[in-house]
Ligand binder design. Structure first.
Ligand code: PLP
Length: 381
């Protein structure tokens, strides 16, 4: 038996999405820029997909641009805002994803002012500090704050954030990679300038995503070449990825409540049993407050037995993650756990769920964990 509890890193492709993509691979071979029938057919499929994504976000069609994923979308927003919109300062947080923090570090080297808002021990943004930063006269400003953290699941109130940015005349970018398809977002009600999505976080294909750019914003091309994606991102479109993304988003949004309930139940059951059975368990982030239901970061007390926990879980047939999945595959320290000042001697494991997971899998993981970490003395009898 293998149990996949690493759905914040990526999700398995759903059967319906696979079928949609296979069909596109068989049928949609024309170049969407060609004017003949084969080309027009592919163009129509791309525009159908765009329409679907726009509809689920409350956006207009012209505000959605397909990209290669969350990393590209975030780069596009941050670098584009500085290059084309005269943004002089970006306020962000130390718990953002590296595909936000690294571009920002480079922008800082070339003169953009980067300011970090204070976050608390649950990873929540201190709105008073944000307001203070915004009130300081410091040039044309954009705020870049993620909707949900990928390691600990802490959520920000996007409406409150949007209102604050709006009242202070700042642009707003939100890395919504962890929440698109999971938490409703309606840009016709919540004013946001940029947000990013990635299909592989909601059972779509890897290497495909999108950026929402509010139609008041005019950026120059991010990738130069042909006039694809209305000149914003040149290159023949990833038609199979795009059709897969739209199908996956449709399934995620149409079944959102049902999936959320299921995942919430699994998570609550896991939390309860961890607390009942194991010694000195802690949870990182705002786990009992405003958080993403799929993500649970568990902190085990220091012990030689928990040292290689993620590896031992893998050997026992369980995929989870220590901190976040690093591109080299190595487990490095977590900048998120450092930023929320967790005890570095404890062992953090991120378990993240999807609607494909079951209660039996939760029981299986708990049984395996019992052989790996310290049990409560009463439970161990
Ligand atoms: N932002 C967050 C919060 C993420 O969790 C991820 C993926 O791990 C990304 C951005 C990057 O997305 P992608 O893998 O599509 O480039």
């Amino acid at each position: 038996m293998r149990v996949y509890f690493d759905n914040a890193a990526t999700t398995p492709l759903s059967e319906e999405v696979t079928a949609t993509m296979l069909e596109a691979m068989r049928q949609l071979y024309g170049n969407p820029s060609s004017i003949h029938a084969e080309g027009r057919k592919v163009r129509a499929a791309i525009e159908q997909a765009r329409k679907k994504v726009a509809r689920y976000l409350g956006a207009s069609i012209g505000e959605i641009f397909f990209t290669s994923g969350g990393t590209e979308s975030n780069n596009m927003a941050l670098k584009g805002a500085v290059r084309d919109l005269g943004i002089q300062r970006i306020i962000t947080s130390p718990t953002e994803h590296p595909c936000v923090l690294n571009p920002l570090a480079n922008l800082e080297n070339t003169g953009t002012k980067i300011e970090m808002v204070t976050i608390d021990q649950k990873g929540r943004v201190d709105f008073e500090d944000l307001e203070r930063l915004l009130e300081k006269e410091n040039g044309k400003t954009m705020v870049s704050l993620m909707h949900a953290n990928n390691e600990i699941g802490t959520l920000i109130d996007l409406d409150r954030l949007s209102e604050l940015c709006h009242s202070q005349g700042a642009l707003l970018h939100s890395d919504t990679v962890q929440t698109i398809g999971h938490i409703p977002i309606d840009v016709s009600k919540t004013k946001i300038h940029f947000l990013s999505g990635s299909a592989h976080k909601f059972h779509g294909p890897k290497g495909t995503g999108f950026i929402y750019i509010n139609n008041e914003i005019a950026l120059k091309p991010f990738i130069e070449g042909g006039s694809q994606e209305r000149n914003m991102r040149a290159g023949t479109e990833n038609i199979y990825g795009i059709t897969g993304l739209a199908k996956a988003l449709e399934l995620a949004c149409e079944n959102r409540e049902e999936r959320r309930r299921h995942v919430e139940e699994l998570r609550a059951c896991f939390i309860r049993q961890l607390e009942e059975n194991f010694e000195d368990i802690q949870f990182n982030g705002d786990y009992d407050g405003s958080c993403l239901p799929k993500t649970l970061s568990v902190s085990f007390p220091p012990s030689p037995r928990s040292e290689l926990l993620v590896l031992n879980l893998d050997i026992a047939g369980i995929s989870a993650s220590g901190g976040s999945a690093c591109s080299s595959g190595a487990e490095t320290g977590s900048h998120v756990l450092d930023a929320i000042k967790t005890d570095p001697s404890r062992k953090a494991v991120r378990f993240s769920f999807s609607h494909y997971n079951t209660k039996e899998e939760i029981d299986f993981v708990l049984e395996k964990l019992k052989t790996m970490v310290a049990l409560k003395t009463v439970a161990a009898k």
